[in-house]
Design a protein around this ligand. Structure first.
Ligand code: NAD
Length: 407
């Protein structure tokens, strides 16, 4: 990515608490860039509209100009958007992801000292989730019960029902789960490249291939095949381990694994999703980079976020590594219950900004912001959503928190 010294970056403020957290985040971003580069670099922020603010201004929830700006400038950042209920409008977030084919949902999970966690050892959590963003049951191909389409599907499945002995009445609704080789491979390739670049020890493919053999099982199989084919010299897979074990016994497989580890090879392994969720509570240190399908990824990302302080602090990004397009975003919603009350926690958007600056290669900016947040949390200072769970926590308003980060 070639980044000019004064890039234009489009932003969507967002609905509900969006205005407050965006104002906080932009102020902090500008101060951090100024401190890091003293005017040699700066961001030209360009507001683009979406959501309620856009609808009120021009009658469109997601104007073409907004799409065009994200396409043109490659990188953007956004606050949460209210999904309008009814009127046939699908999630604006999904629309943006589909339009730009942002096939990776990237969610780093780390713990800040001082933030309350349900784990005994939250310091052991350091994971990066690569969630496939375009396929799976989330593709939105489903039919409501009682419609002609559902009826047609019901008859189409009659033979299948005889085979699987699954009985469902013709009042069923149906959904389709498309999982492709190409879609799985580009996601897993991105996860492996990320792990190699950041010198991380493993990539874990999380799936439910024991039950959904061709879709989720396919994801696992294609992942192993891709790793062994494209990254032959730099990875060791648990698929290779299993083959050695079968041919030469467990001791030989263990030895091959140890040799691979001491040679600094990236270990590619897999785990069934329900076991993964248990293990992340019991032995989170076993996981580093995680690659998974869309629906698993949704559950996994929020559970992991809860383990380190909740969605108020969890950052995210949607990325197409082939075109470079990336939108960084707060992972929580519009929090209508606290909107306009100067209480919202801007940390999720701030840390999404940190991811954005890292993506641009402006590492100094990300470091300044995370250092400031780290020292605040350690001294028990945070917005109310976090402070109320901290020992000796001191609740700050959004504006007080912003000023404290800057100070
Ligand atoms: P929500 O995330 O808005 O709120 C859930 C709870 O978390 C609330 O109690 C809220 O006060 C709290 N919370 C959320 N963000 C916070 C923050 N920054 N600081 C402090 N507390 C915070 O989820 P919801 O209520 O289910 O959804 C509200 C709206 O947001 C809906 O219209 C939904 O479609 C939308 N939404 C948008 C996104 C997005 O744009 N990425 C994501 C999720 C939900």
């Amino acid at each position: 990515l070639v980044v000019p010294n004064h890039p234009t970056i489009p932003f969507i403020e967002g609905d509900g608490v969006g205005k407050e957290i965006w104002h906080a985040a932009q102020t902090i971003f500008d101060k951090a860039v100024e401190k890091a580069y003293q005017g040699k670099r700066s961001v030209q922020w360009k507001e683009v509209l979406a959501g309620e603010k856009s609808f009120n201004a021009n009658g469109s929830w997601l104007p073409q100009e907004t799409m065009d700006a994200f396409k043109h400038y490659l990188i953007g950042i956004k606050g949460p958007l209210m999904t309008p209920v009814g009127g046939g409008i699908r999630s604006l977030n999904v629309a943006l992801r589909q339009e730009l084919d942002l096939y990776v949902c990237l969610r780093p999970v780390r713990w800040f000292k001082g933030v309350e966690s349900p784990l005994k050892h939250p310091e052991k959590v350091s994971m990066t989730i690569f969630r496939e963003n375009t396929e799976d049951i989330y593709a939105g191909i489903e039919w409501q019960q009682g419609t002609a389409e559902a009826e047609k599907f019901y008859h189409f499945l009659a033979d299948q029902m005889k085979v699987t002995k699954v009985r469902f009445p013709n009042t069923s609704a149906f959904g389709v789960k498309p999982v492709s080789i190409e879609g799985s491979e580009r996601l897993i390739r991105a996860a492996i490249n990320y792990a190699l670049q950041h010198k991380l020890p493993s990539v874990t493919l999380v799936h439910k291939g024991n039950i959904m053999k061709f879709t989720e099982g396919g994801f696992k199989q294609w992942g192993y095949e891709l790793a062994e084919r494209e990254f032959t010299d730099v990875v060791f897979t648990m698929n290779q381990y299993a083959k050695i074990q079968k041919a030469e016994g467990k001791a030989a497989a263990e030895q091959a694994l140890q040799v691979a580890k001491s040679a600094g090879k990236l270990i590619i392994k897999d785990v069934i999703c329900d076991a993964f969720l248990q293990n992340t509570l019991l032995k989170p240190e076993d996981y580093s980079v995680v690659a998974t399908l869309n629906l698993n990824g949704d559950y996994v990302s929020d559970q992991l976020a809860a383990m380190v302080g909740g969605i108020g602090i969890a950052p995210g990004a949607n990325i197409n590594y082939l075109t470079g397009h990336a939108i960084f975003e707060a992972t929580h919603g519009t929090a209508p219950d606290i909107a306009g009350q100067n209480q919202a926690n801007p940390s999720s958007l701030l840390l999404s900004g940190v991811m954005m600056f890292e993506y641009l290669g402006w590492h100094e900016v990300g470091q300044l912001i995370t250092n400031a947040m780290e020292s605040l949390f350690q001294s028990g200072k945070a917005t109310a959503d976090l402070a109320r769970f901290m020992q000796n926590g001191q609740s700050l308003s959004t504006t007080q928190f912003t000023q404290a980060v800057i100070d």
